[in-house]
Design a protein around this ligand. Sequence first.
Ligand code: BTN
Length: 274
Amino acid sequence: MADAHIPATWYTLEQQLNTRWVARPLRVLAAVDSTNRILKDGAAHGETTHGMTILANHQTGGRGRLGRSWSSPPGSGIYASVALSLDPERLSGVLSLVAGVAMTEAVRDVTGLPVGLKWPNDGVGNGRKYAGILVEAGAFPSPWAIIGFGINVLGVVPHDLPNATNLETLAERPWDRAELFLRLMERFEAWYDLWILEGDEPIVARWSELTVTLGHLVQVMRPGQPAWVGRALVLDRDGGLWIENDTGERIKVLSGEVSLRLENGEYAATSKGS
Ligand code: BTN
């Protein structure tokens, strides 16, 4: 496995970007605890700007959803965070779907793999998780959202993460992380701009095409409550997922609250402890 260093091709990434504002500026780091943490701290000190992006070759304290950790070995993945300064009224679960749609399209474009999305925004391929997105929003002190992308690209998938995979394993060939990152930033800018212009509808529609969750039996796990099994029906306009059990009872789940397992066992978590 490669050491924590900055790959030579990453020094010119910013010049190669076809974006207007995403990843402008771009900071590339050999190693960091968490790319999300850097941008959050920067926002608290007035140093983070809209579109500012951090890309690291290694994270020593990568963070996942629901307080989990995110395995981020050197030279293996894309660990990147984008800062957004946005109107608090726009902040909803749909923002995380914008990121999921962009990531899935970028990976499909570059690799041709038929990857999909497990609600809300886990990247899955062949029934296993290859990527996750952590959205952290708040007033730090002005309103910010930090979108953290973790994509497993290269190397051997650790045995202690049996539901995880990476793009090299899925395709049986390695991929250029720089190319994937460039495409991710471009797709994210395009979908975010569309969301600001046209609202939730096109995002919800595209997400619904890319998901592997709708129509399937799922198990909802909420902290301190027994698992709840039902069929994933439809995505609400706010990004929440409606689920119906076999007695016809319906609940709507929001991404901050739950983790979801596909009942056929095809669920995957790269995060440790899930
Ligand atoms: C998940 O639990 O599915 C979300 C994982 C998100 C990981 C990424 S890696 C880059 C960014 N920095 C972090 O500490 N976490 C996110």
